[in-house]
Design a protein around this ligand. Structure first.
Ligand SMILES: [Fe+2]
Length: 213
């Protein structure tokens, strides 16, 4: 099953100093071991947690107000261009736009599928030394990182690239960085569609992330 995505170069729409701001916000993320996500995880059973950083939506809004705004206007327009259906941002402020962060070589992002029908990712950092690639399985049944790697599409992060994809059927994860001093910051945005609205988001996911339904 092939995987496709859409890339936009959004250089002209980002404010001066955005990279520095995103990097600083990323460095202040909550770094720890995150337990496997219920329902959506595609990690091997031997992996109980994955170490990484997250800047929560309520922290993104005051730290990076331009990102919060772009999610609701210009990036939403682009999301509409990338999708055959009308799209909407999340109404629930807890998960609309968050930062996922990796620092050093021992963090990566959990192998999982998405619950929302359209995801936007704004890469905020480049990685000349390598690593940090976003890897999508072609096989919807892939259940761990090794299975994803066997037959996959690999996307290298480029700061200023905004990509959109439907990650519900292609398990995906982010590889560790290669340079111990490197940091990877990506803004993750959830979008919904008319036929797959926000009400389809699994309540277990909110309980896991926020302690309620
Ligand atoms: Fe995802």
């Amino acid at each position: 099953m092939s995987f496709c995505w859409t890339t936009f170069d959004v250089t002209n729409r980002l404010p001066n100093g955005w990279r520095r701001a995103a990097r600083a916000a990323g460095a202040s993320a909550d770094f720890r071991e995150f337990p496997r996500t219920p329902i959506l995880s595609r990690e091997s059973v031997q992996v109980p947690y994955i170490r990484r950083g997250r800047l929560h939506a309520h922290q993104v809004r005051p730290r990076l107000p331009w990102l919060y705004q772009l999610y609701r206007d210009f990036f939403l327009e682009l999301a509409g261009d990338a999708c055959a259906e009308p799209v909407a941002p999340a109404l629930d402020e807890r998960y609309g736009v968050v930062l996922n962060v990796q620092r050093g070589t021992r963090m990566r992002f959990e192998c999982h599928v998405d619950s929302n029908p359209l995801t936007g990712l704004l890469f905020c950092t480049d990685h000349p030394a390598g690593g940090g690639e976003l890897v999508f399985a072609h096989d919807p049944a892939a259940t761990d990182v090794e299975a994803v790697d066997r037959d996959c599409t690999v996307i290298r992060p480029h700061a200023v690239h905004l990509i959109f994809f439907d990650g519900r059927y292609h398990p995906h994860y982010a590889r560790p960085l290669v340079d111990e001093t490197d940091i990877r910051v990506v803004a993750v945005m959830n979008f919904y569609t008319k036929f797959y609205p926000e009400s389809t988001r699994p309540p277990e996911l909110n309980r896991h992330l926020f302690g309620d339904g």
